[in-house]
Design a protein around this ligand. Structure first.
Ligand code: GDD
Ligand code: MG
Length: 347
């Protein structure tokens, strides 16, 4: 029988605490990568069989609604507005009303070469109830880690273990293909972590939980460091020295830098390995490296910034010399968590 509909849930509700101050003003999944919102990479990754995308959202959900009103995609996009953050598991349960049968779940902060059609084929071949994508890393302590048998069967899953307690070097790469029976494991209306509470239970109960490994590249864009790294990776991959938006007025020198639209760069200014977002102004005689300059922000002349993140709509005064610093002088959104919480609601 040919299945007519398939859904993908994109978990886009985290605050992006590790990406602040850039996330004080925007939904994490709208953060531009090479001048294109992170979420559009995930939508492009979906196979044709997926016709409906459910964005599990809460923080800054209106921005997502506005973005999809303007953008063109052949898939139906539903912004599923969580009344309060429900965690990765709760958000999946909250999307239940839109699900017809098997479905994908994707973390919104990953960029990778995973082929989701191949993953479905793997899932079917093993008659799995759940298949999660896996990627090898050296330091697993920031991720979910799988103990896996030779045939791909996962026998244990631990979220963010200490390095010495990790069952392998294969981490949860943040894309799942799930049978609808999985939904019965998740309670309604409660903050639930898919990784901490639901995965271990499915493994024990069904013994049909599988891990799909793939080749190519994978990056988690949950942190400023990885946000900078993905740009360096994509510049090299696309064989570009710089990647420039529209209407750039450039009187300086750029190296390994990504520049958004309508940016002005002054005389004798030098920018390397950095990201300059839309409408930013970099005045004369400025040196910027390994930094992110937010939208509508100005870096005044003779400043030297290295490893710095300037939030949107900020002004950095003349002669500022700073290293490894986050710049934010405006009010922090009330709903933003006071500290980083990880994959329950923070990240
Ligand atoms: N709708 C909704 N509601 N989404 C949420 C919520 C919530 O309450 N909390 C987090 N999310 C979203 C985040 O925006 C992100 O896309 C995804 O769920 C995972 O949450 P993160 O906070 O980014 O988790 P993490 O990076 O610490 O760990 C996760 O990703 C790793 C791979 O990048 C886990 O899935 C790990 O097991 C995994 O290895
Ligand atoms: Mg993350």
């Amino acid at each position: 029988m040919v299945k007519l509909r398939m859904e993908a849930i994109i978990l886009s509700g985290g605050f992006g605490t590790r990406l602040r101050p850039l996330t004080y003003t925007r939904a994490k999944s709208l953060l531009p990568i090479m001048n294109k919102p992170m979420i559009s990479y995930l939508i492009e990754m979906l196979p044709d069989t997926v016709d409906t995308v459910i964005l599990a959202a809460n923080y800054k959900k209106h921005q997502l609604e506005e973005y999809f009103e303007r953008s063109n995609t052949d898939k139906t996009i539903i912004v599923n507005d969580e009344p309060k953050p429900l965690g990765t598991g709760g958000a999946v349960k909250f999307a239940e009303k839109y699900l017809t049968d098997e479905f994908f779940v994707l973390n919104s902060d990953i960029i990778c070469s995973l082929n989701l059609s191949d993953m479905i084929a793997f899932h079917r071949k093993h008659n799995a109830v759940a298949t999660i994508s896996l990627w090898p890393v050296e330091n697993v302590s920031e991720f979910g880690v799988a103990e896996i048998q030779e045939n791909g069967n996962i026998t244990k899953f631990v979220e963010k273990p200490k390095q010495e307690d990790a069952p392998s070097n294969l981490i949860n790469a943040g894309a799942y293909f799930l049978e609808s029976s999985i939904l019965d494991y998740i309670e309604t209306g409660r903050l639930i972590s898919m990784e901490k509470e639901i995965f271990p239970q499915i493994i024990t109960d069904t013994e049909r939980f599988y891990g799909y490994q793939f080749k190519g590249y994978w990056m988690d864009i949950g942190r400023i460091r990885s946000y900078l790294d993905i740009h360096q990776y994509l510049l090299t991959k696309q064989n570009e020295n710089n990647h420039l938006g529209k209407n750039l007025l450039n009187n300086g020198t750029l190296n390994k830098t990504v520049v958004g639209n309508d940016v002005i760069i002054g005389k004798n200014s030098k920018i390397e390995k950095s990201i300059i977002l839309d409408n930013a102004i970099i005045e004369d005689n400025t040196f910027i490296s390994h930094s992110v300059i937010g939208e509508n922000s100005t870096v005044c002349s003779k400043s030297q910034l290295s490893g710095v993140v300037v939030g949107d709509n900020e002004q950095i005064g003349t002669n500022t010399i700073e290293e490894n610093k986050l710049f934010w002088t405006q009010e922090i959104p009330k709903e933003f968590p006071k500290k980083q919480i990880g994959n329950v609601i923070g990240g």
